[in-house]
Write a protein that binds this ligand. Structure first.
Ligand code: G3I
Length: 343
């Protein structure tokens, strides 16, 4: 029997079975998500079952990135993205669109195009209107700009990464991207998504300042994505994350954990000990999200260890046979329910 997880998108069903004690599912509004790939979704029934059974929202891992979508300036290939969005609709799952503007996975025609500023702005507008417009009402949230910060920040220097967007259009590409996305779907929630900017430090300060300034200019930004790619050797500082969530929430922003995974191969101990420590890391981050009303989702970057981008590491909630690991049970327990035995 499937239960809807209250607040995790009303009609959506999660994997989570009723706890033996009959304890109520946490009434807090929170989505449990995973990044999905079209190919296994269409060809691996166990993968598809796990997506529908264990999660309430899916993120398009690669299907909605510029390069996979746009092999040429004239042609869009929505095949994979449609497959994911259609699957989500058929199973009552929410969808996060990842990502409209990024430094990576760009098509060669764009990278080598040597476009003028006005032409690249027109390309950006056309791209965002075409993609966000196509899924209007079907994709509830977008990572509009992903990882816009330099890898290393210097005090007083420009924090934005010198991508084609920044170099050709200027720093205002960020504002333009959000405005174009809002024009295309005024009801979609628009996120800025960043890596390594969850806790205290120059990166989270740079994200805070970037978003504060965008909001001051009435740019339609709704939330911040904290990726939380982590490992047992460097577990997230949940106190710092809580502090950062609070200041972002004070700006009126929603916060989501968008790409969480917890690597274990770099740690000592027995396999069982590493699984338990991994579970504690997930539990700690989820508890931090649950404690912050502005935090509305925890999404992992992948469905199971079989398809993680960090292969052969095993950083996710489900093992390579799609069985819930201690980490999944820790999350289910915190959400007030009990995960089923296996796929
Ligand atoms: O689809 C092609 C395939 O046709 C080709 O045969 C194959 C070999 O060249 O490559 C395939 O594309 C790969 C793509 O994943 C789909 O599998 C790309 O080479 C590969 O670079 C790409 O990696 C993705 C990576 O972003 C790109 O930087 C990962 O799957 C994806 O999980 C990862 O996700 C990022 C988020 O978008 C942003 N945050 C960090 C996160 C991890 O890097």
């Amino acid at each position: 029997m499937l239960l809807s997880v209250p607040g995790a998108g009303c009609a959506r069903h999660a994997v989570i079975e009723p706890p033996p004690s009959g304890r109520h599912i946490a009434s807090r509004s929170l989505d449990l998500g995973a990044a999905v790939q079209a190919q296994p979704l269409l060809t691996d029934p166990a993968y598809a079952r796990a997506v529908a059974r264990y999660f309430t929202v899916v993120t398009t891992e690669n299907a909605l990135k510029f390069g996979p979508l746009r092999p040429s300036r004239e042609r869009f290939d929505f095949t994979d993205a449609d497959a994911i969005v259609d699957f989500a609709a058929a199973h009552g799952l929410g969808v996060r669109g990842h990502t409209l503007v990024w430094k990576r996975q760009l098509p060669s025609w764009l990278v080598e195009g040597r476009f003028t500023r006005d032409t690249l702005i027109a390309i950006l507008r056309d791209h965002i209107h075409s993609v966000v417009g196509r899924y209007r009402g079907r994709i509830a949230a977008w990572d509009v700009v992903n990882e816009g910060l330099r890898d290393s920040l210097r005090a007083g220097a420009d924090a934005l990464r010198p991508t084609i967007w920044r170099r050709t259009i200027g720093p205002e590409y960020v504002e333009l991207a959000f405005r174009f996305a809002h024009e295309a779907d005024p009801d979609a929630r628009l996120f800025y998504n960043e890596a390594g900017a969850e806790g205290r430090g120059a990166r989270s300060d740079a994200v805070y300042v970037l978003l504060r300034d965008l909001l001051r200019r009435n740019v339609p930004v709704d939330g911040v994505g904290m990726q939380v790619h982590s490992g047992l050797h460097r577990p997230p500082d949940t106190a710092a994350i809580a502090w950062n969530m609070r200041r972002l929430a004070a700006l009126g922003l929603e916060v989501q954990i968008t790409e969480m995974d917890v690597g274990v191969t770099d740690a000592g101990g027995t396999a069982e000990e590493r699984l338990d420590r991994q579970a504690e890391v997930y539990r700690g981050v989820l508890a931090t999200c649950l404690a912050e009303p502005a935090c509305t989702a925890l999404a992992t970057w992948g469905v199971s260890d079989r398809y993680t981008w960090r292969y052969p590491d095993t950083p996710l909630l489900l093992d390579r046979e799609y069985r819930p690991k201690p980490a999944y049970r820790a999350i289910a327990e915190l959400l007030g329910a009990t995960a089923p035995a296996g796929p």
